[in-house]
Ligand binder design. Structure first.
Ligand SMILES: Cc1cc2nc3c(=O)[nH]c(=O)nc-3n(C[C@H](O)[C@H](O)[C@H](O)COP(=O)(O)O)c2cc1C
Length: 284
């Protein structure tokens, strides 16, 4: 039974990757774990959810799976904060006013980088801690991102849809106060999750020649690669709206590079470093 499903799974993966990268990535139908690969290759974020709760026991299971992710030096510097209380949820969502759809997300989580415990271990064991530098922040942030990704993978396996939220850092200090985060604990990303209301769609990515390197980093012709990607993406998934036409005008071909350049023509979270320092991380 399972074997007869394999060719179609392999075909689905190939179709997803062709849509994603605009090129062919052959899949051996005899490979194990094709169902998992099919979910990964077909990844898409979800922002529209059914009015159906996610059982707390299922959420706990997914969080436990997520926190089973690898951890740098086994230091375990990532935490998950589950927002259950309705008033607390509303207060956090109010800090992300551009995303009204969050109010309809059954699950709202915050993935934390926790650099608080590691120096405390040194204190508890009466040892010096000569490691209060950028690496503490970086390791904790990376661990947190890995836990977030693992949560998304676990959630997808049971049919849930997710959307990470860097917007949780737009007003990081207020979020930190609301959540009672101690020194050296900061939000890396929020995450909305629920049962998807629609299938969603694959977002094309830059071609593999740009982002997959062999032996040495290859810069290649970025302008040409981006122009090709802009055209492929505009054909498959054109932008519904152009950013800031009052400032930049209306572009004839509005591709990914134009959208990202317009997005980053505004200062974004330029106070984040100050927040991270105020939370006690040394960034030197
Ligand atoms: C770390 C991270 C933060 C994100 N923050 C937001 C966010 O604040 N709001 C949002 O709507 N989407 C957010 N996203 C989702 C991205 O916009 C989405 O992943 C991207 O458009 C590509 O779409 P795809 O994931 O469906 O391929 C975030 C994604 C990541 C990985």
């Amino acid at each position: 039974m399972q074997e007869s499903n394999q060719p179609s799974l392999a075909g689905r993966i190939e179709a997803s990757l062709a849509e994603r990268f605009g090129e062919s990535v052959p899949v051996d139908p005899a490979l194990a774990g094709l169902d998992e690969l099919a979910r990964i290759a077909g990844h898409r974020v979800h922002r529209d959810f059914l009015d159906r709760p996610v059982e707390p026991s299922l959420l706990r299971l997914l969080c436990a799976c997520a926190l089973s992710a690898p951890s740098k030096s086994d230091l375990q510097q990532a935490d998950i904060l589950v927002l259950n209380d309705a008033a607390q949820r509303r207060a956090v969502i109010a800090l992300m006013p551009d995303m009204p759809w969050l109010a309809r997300a059954p699950v709202l989580l915050v993935f934390l980088a926790n650099g608080n415990r590691t120096p405390k271990l040194s204190e508890l064991r009466a040892k010096p801690f000569p490691n209060d530098h950028l690496d503490l922040f970086f390791n904790a942030a990376v661990d947190s991102a890995i836990v977030l990704t693992t949560f998304m993978r676990a959630a997808a396996a049971v049919g849930l849809g997710c959307c990470p939220l860097s917007a949780i850092r737009d007003q990081a200090a207020r979020v930190s106060d609301l959540l009672g985060l101690p020194q050296r604990v900061i939000p890396v990303a929020g995450l909305a999750a629920g049962w998807p209301a629609r299938a969603g769609h694959i977002t094309p990515r830059l071609g593999l020649a740009t982002t997959l390197h062999q032996d040495r980093y290859r810069q290649g012709d970025l302008a040409e690669a981006v122009a090709a990607y802009d055209r492929r993406r505009a054909a498959l998934r054109p932008y519904a709206r152009q950013r800031a036409p009052e400032r930049f005008g209306v572009a004839e071909l509005y591709g990914w590079s134009e959208d990202k350049a317009r997005q980053y023509a505004e200062p974004l979270r330029s106070d984040f470093g100050a927040f991270v320092r105020a939370k006690g991380f040394c960034l030197d």
